[in-house]
Design a protein around this ligand. Structure first.
Ligand code: T1G
Length: 700
């Protein structure tokens, strides 16, 4: 007999002889929505009351068990039944309850499983407590039940890392009792019968004894008190785990209180925003156009970027035709790709056999430009010079097969010019990768005037296949990320000339949560890259724009940073930590004197305020001009391409914590010293007048 419970039939029960089956069906990931929670309670009530039923089994429909609480509900008033109550109801059931896991059982999903009296996982299942990555802690008994099964040290590792582990590791730890292959429903049937026959041991997790380990808890508490970034939720998680020293019911109450402390923290709002940002950016105007099939990729240019892009495509299982102008360059590219793949083997992302097969069969290095005619999509990653790119696109327009998408990896040049040179502008777009291209997740998909909608969705589909986060950008100098970065880097240079030092500015920005400050990043990337941009823009730089020459003079002296051993800092053998380059300090001194500047002190707070205000101001203009679709797209660019700290959610999410009025006041104060640089974007004034936040513009 088939019954449905829960408003959307999110939970269905059925009976097979003495076994009551509970199927959770809430696509796409069986999130524990209110309907699922209500359905689970009704199911347990009904099956416990049914004298015919002697054992119960829970399993998920579709691709997984339960992927966790419904994070769309966070920040809204919690609706009953609460997940911890559902878990207690399952655990308190008078009949054996077995959970069968497949796909994923994460967060609240794993907590439901731990509340069952036994757990079986299909091969390939992954489980974990990702809550801390969302700024919360397991709030449905996970911090109280997991330690009773796997011990406090393993529970600390699992809960505070947010990592996912596979079924084999879960079995070793004791989170699950068995790994069995087959269909979840069949395994559920069999497991329930085995539980009845005593062949599958069952027990209430909450009743298991706990082995105290105050030393491990104290060490973790100390570690996370000083950790960078300082994540509020990780500390609360350790406190919740420590509550296992209380009677179980008390421990649950303590966990719940700590969970709500996290729900109220700004970090939770930011981390959830970052989670949804990664997915929201896929909602583009062209979404209705089916992408063109891409079964092979061509890459023009075997330099660092070309080799990185080729590596990313090869790792995604795509064959790559790699071209260069000369054999030496081509060999260098092939060697770089081999090195990149070796790194993937070392990181456990690839087997050595797969690496060898890729290099032997999937990669085709060639000097024959015509070979690109076989590719469904070609990415140009040649020298950043418009003349070079125009020639390439003119040849590509001839050589590439009809319907092939022609992409450029340029970081700021005008794609419309390349499109025109190709003779088939509807096939041309930008795919702006970030170095190292096989590691950094961001790709800016730059839509030129005549780019066809299905070329855009082909770019998005390729990015997804490469496990990248694609963000749609319009055409302007620097697209979204580099354009905004160029602006806030100026704010850093102004502070440098006015009295701050590179290491002070870097330290202040790293305290905010960036892994590296702007000067350290510049030394790593190479000062010559931005130098080329400044020289290109020199002719059109407005007279009223303040210009700092320190970086140019470092470049003129060949001091490009790490690759030359000297830049803002000294690098190489024997250099301990961050040592400012004395020649840079001398140039800085000369430039200050030439500008008649008496250096003044900057606090870290002021450095952060100026830097972030400049970032937000240019971001608002990028939004106003329609270069970015929504504020959340700008957040995604900075979260996935520029190391913006996730626990601040991105520049626009962070801007909302200040509000339009506060931003305008801050900019107007600074405009007193430099009216040109600190012009207030019109959008901010409209937002202030309308009482709007950036988040109000994310639903477009
Ligand atoms: N709640 C609501 N929606 C979710 C969701 C969730 N937990 N997980 C995914 N989605 C949406 C997602 O936004 C997307 O929607 C669609 O599902 C497909 O997701 C009490 C408090 C499960 C590994 O952190 O890690 O439980 O954009 O594109 O790549 O202690 O989703 O298509 O409209 O990511 O195959 C803990 C988060 C919550 C798991 C699948 N659980 N999700 O990846 O698909 S907190 C998580 C994931 C908690 C308890 C606490 C992944 C996935 P749309 P997708 P995928």
């Amino acid at each position: 007999m088939q019954e449905t419970t829960g408003s959307e039939a999110a939970v269905r029960i059925s009976r097979e002889g003495e076994v009551g089956l509970v199927e959770i069906d809430n696509p796409p990931v069986n999130a524990a929505s209110r309907a699922v929670r209500e359905g689970l309670v009704r199911a347990i009530d009904a099956l416990e009351a049914d004298a015919q039923v002697k054992a119960i089994a829970l399993y998920g429909a579709g691709r997984s068990f339960i992927a966790g609480a419904d994070i769309r509900e966070f920040g809204k008033p919690p609706a009953e039944p609460w997940l911890p109550e559902v878990c207690n109801r399952i655990e308190g059931c008078g009949k054996p309850v077995v959970a069968v896991l497949h796909g994923v059982a994460l967060g609240g999903g794993l907590e439901v499983a731990l509340a069952a009296h036994a757990r079986i996982a299909l091969p390939g299942t992954t489980v974990g407590f990702p809550e801390v990555t969302l700024g919360v802690i397991p709030g449905a008994g996970g911090t109280q039940r997991a330690p009773r099964l796997i011990g406090i040290p393993a529970a600390i590792d699992l809960v505070t890392s947010g990592k996912r582990i596979d079924a084999k590791r879960a079995l070793e730890l004791g989170l699950i009792d068995r790994i069995e292959d087959g269909a979840p429903r069949e395994i559920a049937m069999r497991a329930a019968r085995e539980a009845l026959a005593g062949a599958l041991p069952t027990r209430r997790t909450g009743e298991l004894p706990i082995t105290p380990d105050n030393e491990a808890l104290a060490e973790a508490a100390e570690r996370f008190r000083h950790a960078r970034p300082h994540l509020f939720a990780r500390e609360r998680a350790v406190e919740a785990l420590a509550a296992t020293g209380l009677p179980f019911a008390e421990g649950l109450k303590r966990e719940r209180a700590l969970f709500f402390e996290c729900i109220d923290s700004p970090q939770r709002a930011a981390l959830i925003h970052a989670f949804f940002a990664e997915r929201a950016v896929a909602r583009i105007p062209e979404a209705g156009a089916p992408p063109r099939p891409v079964e092979s990729v061509g890459v023009i240019g075997a330099g660092t970027m070309g080799s990185g892009i080729a590596t990313a495509a090869l790792l995604a299982g795509l064959p790559v035709i790699l071209t260069e102008r000369d054999a030496e360059g081509l060999e260098r590219g092939r060697a770089t790709i081999a090195q990149n793949l070796e790194g993937a083997v070392k990181r456990g992302k690839l087997t050595a056999e797969r690496r060898d097969a890729i290099l032997k069969e999937a990669l085709t290095p060639t000097l024959d430009f015509g070979a690109l005619g076989a590719a469904d999509l070609v990415i140009e990653a040649a020298f950043e010079d418009m003349g070079v790119k125009r020639d390439i696109f003119a040849r590509l327009g001839e050589v590439a097969k009809p319907g092939a998408v022609l992409a450029t990896n340029t970081s700021y040049l005008d794609i419309n010019e390349m499109a025109a040179a190709s003779g088939r502008p509807e096939d041309v777009l930008g795919l702006h990768f970030f170095s190292p291209a096989h590691i950094m997740r961001l790709v800016e998909v730059v839509v030129a005037e005549k780019t066809a909608p299905d070329a855009v969705t082909t770019g998005f589909a390729l990015a997804k296949r490469l496990k990248k986060v694609a963000v749609r950008s319009g055409v302007c100098d620097g697209f979204i990320g580099n354009r905004i970065m160029t602006h806030y880097r100026k704010a850093a240079d102004y502070m440098l000339l006015d009295g701050a030092s590179p290491s002070q500015i870097d330290a202040a920005i790293e305290e905010f949560g960036f892994a590296m400050g702007p000067f350290a990043v510049s030394d790593l990337a190479g000062l010559d890259i931005a130098w080329a941009s400044r020289k290109r823009r020199a002719a059109t730089r407005p007279a009223e724009e303040r210009y700092v020459r320190v970086a140019d003079r470092l470049c003129e002296a060949g001091m490009f940073g790490r690759k030359t051993g000297r830049g803002w800092y000294l690098h190489g053998e024997g250099v301990e930590g961050r040592v400012e380059n004395p020649e840079m300090l001398k140039i800085l001194e000369e430039e200050r004197r030439a500008a008649g500047i008496t250096p003044r002190h900057f606090t870290h707070d002021e450095i952060r305020r100026r830097y972030l205000l400049a970032m937000i101001a240019e971001a608002a203009r990028v939004l106003e001009e329609g270069i970015a679709l929504r504020p959340i797209d700008i957040d995604a660019v900075f979260l996935f391409g520029y190391g913006f700290p996730r626990h601040h959610g991105g520049p626009m999410h962070y801007a909302d914590t200040i509000g339009a009025e506060g931003l305008i006041t801050g900019m107007e104060e600074l405009a007193r010293e430099d009216a040109y640089f600190w012009q207030v974007p019109e959008l901010l004034r409209r937002m202030a007048a309308d009482g709007k936040r950036f988040s109000d513009m994310n639903d477009r």
